[in-house]
Design a protein around this ligand. Sequence first.
Ligand code: DGL
Length: 268
Amino acid sequence: MNSKTNRAIGVFDSGIGGLTVVRSLMERLPFENIIYFGDSARVPYGIKSVDTINRYAAQITDFLIKKEVKLLIVACNTMAAVAHQTIADLSPVPILEVIDASARMAIQNTKNKSIGVIGTPATINSNAYTRAIHLLKKDVKVFSQACPLFVPLVEEGWFDHQATKLIAQEYLKPVIAEKIDTLVLGCTHYPLLKPLLQDIMGKGVNLIDSAEAMADIAANLIDEQKISNKNGLPPDYVFYVSDVPYRFQTIGERFLGRTLGHVELVSL
Ligand code: DGL
């Protein structure tokens, strides 16, 4: 068995979107081993029922715990929104999730106390962001908008496509009307649309990317718990997926910002 500090950080998502979180972790914590699981056979989760999302989240947690990870990072807003308790009940190691990380960053950024949140229907319907933000600060107005078409557009690699722009303008119209100054990208796929979304929202609106927020929080926790990897070896990165869809490699590498390397197919 690995000594506790040498063990990997387990990161998971419904698909490849969570690689935006992995990318930030690699930059912020360059000596940590990472095991990633992306449920590419069953993505998208954001339009599925709460029961189904909980069942899938339990299977993934079980898989990563068996890999003896030292920390679990839920890099999927949808699972964090509706399956947090299921994951917590199964995990003997600390858990970090993107919603809390982004809520903290949004509160730090807003000046006019009006925050917008965009996410999958499951995330928005759960009200998890509004709750997380109000738990930190009560007198903030939160305006939420589900954007169900964004995930397939990103999976297709249409980050800057005219069709994506039209759809984004339609989704963001009511958000712009609320005069928010901070917009939470409440889905791990959305950071890939950042330039397009910034363009539509205007320069005055801060876009909150949960991937960046998460890397800082993970670094603090590893430091506090004294579990940083000190073996001095180059880190190991292993990517497990439940399917290797068409164009997986190219889209995955755009999410990660480098070559994907070792990808293994598993069924849960
Ligand atoms: N990665 C998921 C999230 O962050 C979105 C993709 C999906 O619908 O499965 O919410």
